[in-house]
Ligand binder design. Structure first.
Ligand code: ME8
Length: 646
């Protein structure tokens, strides 16, 4: 059996990935599934990219350690991949111990053999992209990759001598014309980077800690791209010392790295050069797909227009969302996605073409033949052309997959179902049903339709794995394998289900847009919450603070204020004196809970009448406005009452 190794980019664990990020994983999944169907022994690897300054900053903001931050995000990502039915063989994390150890050894090896040397870096640094730039590389003074502000930075750093390998890289491109797909991206790389001369690459950082430490200089952590790219070999069990695991022996070099167009440079320049330096074979192909854009614009949480797979799948079903993204994205260009477009495409392709074909066929087999049909020797004039389309479909789909034209492969599958719907219009089974002498012809028509559905659905399973299994089960059979995919008329007798579920209901755009609005509002709220600035009061000088007198008191007595749900009347001993203080804490404490408790009191607050009771001071409490919880502030350990707080 031939081995086939396919990978995706590993997702940053800076936050939940959007539909654009997961498109790539779905694309790789459909290829992996099709290759398995074709008999390849597939190893499909994906995972998460977990180091770097941006992640350290996010964890700090959240007040958690970077490791617990990435643990949580990585598990969200894995959960999303699982929800999208991604059939990965390995989900690697760059915080996996094996990976980290190997990255350290790789760095040391490259240093020892002189590919990496120590120097200084002075340049313009983009924090989100974790990249240094020169003045001339900036676009309008901003980062050429993400368009954000860059800052001046100087660090002691290790560098990789890229230029040593430039000639060999170009040679490899020339000898392997299909190495970079689509070709337009290859030209971009050669013209924009290689021809301009490859700069040495800064491969370590000292400005933050959350990375894999350089073993021989612990001020430095390994540059996140050197760390991340090596996942493709460490995930297979590559070992710098030569004790490679079986997966590495079986599957390296990779057949296909699937990545987005923005990170092609890292995969077709840096990655092959690192591999050459390690003396390892280069991957066979790198495919840089386009981007999925929300109505033509970039998705942004602040606008609430970020589309997430799970939200869409909860409304349309996961396989339908897979269908949309796979059908939408061509090879070169970007694709579009929105709630409207999804509704429209799912209604037109899945409800009207596929779902309708399945439900009409099942209904007619039940109605005219009690749920069971066989092939007969009666034929119609339309059978041959139908059979031709179906038996040739596999080769067409396979050819498109080989060219990585996955949306075209999907169109080829849908063409089968369109042809079958046409066959229904041509043969008019309801007319045949009125004529007893046409009974055999009618049975053949329905039998042919069942066969088309079974074959077509088997090919569809690479794209919509769950629906495909459900549909063949409705025909009491299994998905066809590669040996039987071209054999029309394989089933002797087909028994259909009595109660078929409506696979794809027709969605009403108004309903969908209401759901979308609710999701959007929730997202904006979440964004605002995450980014809420604490309203700071103007600064005060120490003398202002000194004006406030704070003392520890002990609550001697507490009782509810009549006709009030919120107020407690407390008698508090503060040193030698005893005061009455009314506090708005009755919804959080019962009087008996706080008698005897020590509290902090503002003692020089002017007296105020509350519900006819003169309140003489204020008890300090911590109140969470969001959760509406309140806690009295008390000294950590018991102290004498009357002592000053400050
Ligand atoms: O780049 N449409 O991770 P990432 C389609 N950790 N694809 C998109 C997209 C969009 N709107 N936006 C992003 C990283 N992508 C690195 C990879 S690999 C050794 C390290 C793609 O989470 C993007 O091009 O930012 C990339 O391939 C993938 O999503 C993950 O992006």
């Amino acid at each position: 059996m031939k081995n086939y190794y396919i990978t995706t980019a590993i997702a940053y664990t800076s936050g939940k990935p959007h539909i654009g990020n997961i498109y790539e994983i779905i694309l790789a999944d459909s290829i992996a599934r099709f290759k398995r169907f074709e008999g390849y022994n597939v190893f499909f690897q994906t995972g998460t990219d977990e180091h770097g300054e941006k992640i350290e900053e996010k964890a700090n903001l959240k007040g958690v350690s970077p490791k617990s931050f990435v643990d949580e995000v990585s598990s969200v990502i894995k959960g999303l991949w699982d929800k999208a039915s991604i059939s990965y063989n390995k989900f690697i994390r760059t915080t996996d111990e094996y990976h980290e150890k190997q990255v350290q050894k790789i760095f040391k090896k490259l240093y020892d053999q002189g590919d990496i040397y120590k120097g200084y870096y002075e340049g313009l640094y983009c924090t989100p992209c974790e990249s240094f730039w020169t003045e001339s590389q900036l676009v309008d003074g901003k980062c050429p990759d993400c368009g954000r502000e860059v800052k001046k930075a100087k660090e002691e750093a290790y560098f990789f001598k890229m230029s040593n390998y430039a000639d060999r890289l170009v040679e490899y491109y020339n000898e392997h014309p299909d190495f970079i797909l689509p070709v337009s991206r290859k030209n971009e790389m050669v013209n924009n980077f290689i021809k301009k001369g490859l700069q040495d690459l800064c491969v370590s950082r000292t400005s933050f800690k959350w990375g894999i430490p350089v073993t021989f200089n612990d001020k430095h952590v390994v540059y996140v791209w050197l760390d991340a790219l090596t996942n493709y070999i460490t995930g297979l069990g590559y070992d710098v010392d030569g004790n490679n695991q079986q997966n590495y022996k079986d599957f390296w070099p990779a057949d296909l790295h699937i990545i987005g167009k923005d990170i092609v440079r890292f995969h077709v320049i840096y990655w092959p050069i690192f591999l050459m330096a390690l003396g390892l074979p280069l991957p066979k192909q790198v495919y840089g797909h386009g981007w999925l854009l929300q109505n033509g614009e970039k998705m942004s949480k602040s606008k609430g227009n970020v589309l997430y797979f799970d939200d869409l799948a909860d409304v349309f079903g996961g396989d339908a969302v897979r269908y949309y993204v796979l059908s939408e994205m061509g090879v070169e260009n970007d694709g579009l996605i929105s709630w409207e477009l999804l509704t429209d495409r799912i209604n037109s392709d899945l409800a009207n073409v596929y779902g309708n074909l399945v439900s009409r066929t099942i209904a007619m087999v039940n109605k005219y033949f009690g749920g069971k049909v066989k092939g007969t020797n009666a034929n119609t004039q339309f059978d041959e052309s139908l059979k031709q389309v179906v038996t040739q479909a596999y080769l067409k789909v396979s050819a498109k997959f080989n060219e990585l034209k996955v949306s075209d492969a999907l169109s080829e599958v849908m063409a089968i179902f369109k042809r079958a719907n046409k066959y229904i219009d041509e043969t008019c089974p309801w007319v045949l049903a009125k004529d007893e002498s046409k009974k055999n012809e009618l049975e053949t028509v329905l039998y042919n339709l069942c066969e088309v559905i079974i074959i077509g659905t088997s090919l569809l399973s690479a794209f919509m794995p769950n629906i495909a299994l459900e549909v063949v089960a409705m025909f009491n059979t299994n998905l066809r394998d590669i040996n039987n995919i071209k054999l029309f008329g394989l089933e002797k007798e087909i028994v259909v289900t009595k109660n078929a579920r409506v696979l794809f209901p027709r969605y009403d755009l108004k309903d969908i847009m209401e759901k979308a609005k609710a999701i959007q509002e929730k997202q904006i709220k979440e964004y605002e919450k995450e980014n809420a600035k604490v309203e700071a009061k103007p600064q005060i000088v120490f003398d202002d603070f000194e004006k406030v007198e704070l003392k520890v008191g002990t609550i001697l007595n507490s009782e509810k204020v009549e006709k009030s749900d919120k107020l407690l009347k407390n008698t508090i001993k503060i040193g030698n004196e005893t005061r009455t203080i009314v506090s708005g804490i009755a919804e959080h404490y019962k009087p008996e809970d706080i008698i005897g408790k020590q509290v902090v009191v503002v003692t020089n607050l002017a007296p105020r009448k509350i519900r006819g009771i003169e309140s003489n001071g204020m008890v300090l409490c911590a109140f969470n406005d969001e959760t509406k919880t309140l806690k009295i502030i008390s000294p950590e350990k018991e102290v004498e009452d009357g002592i000053t707080v400050g």
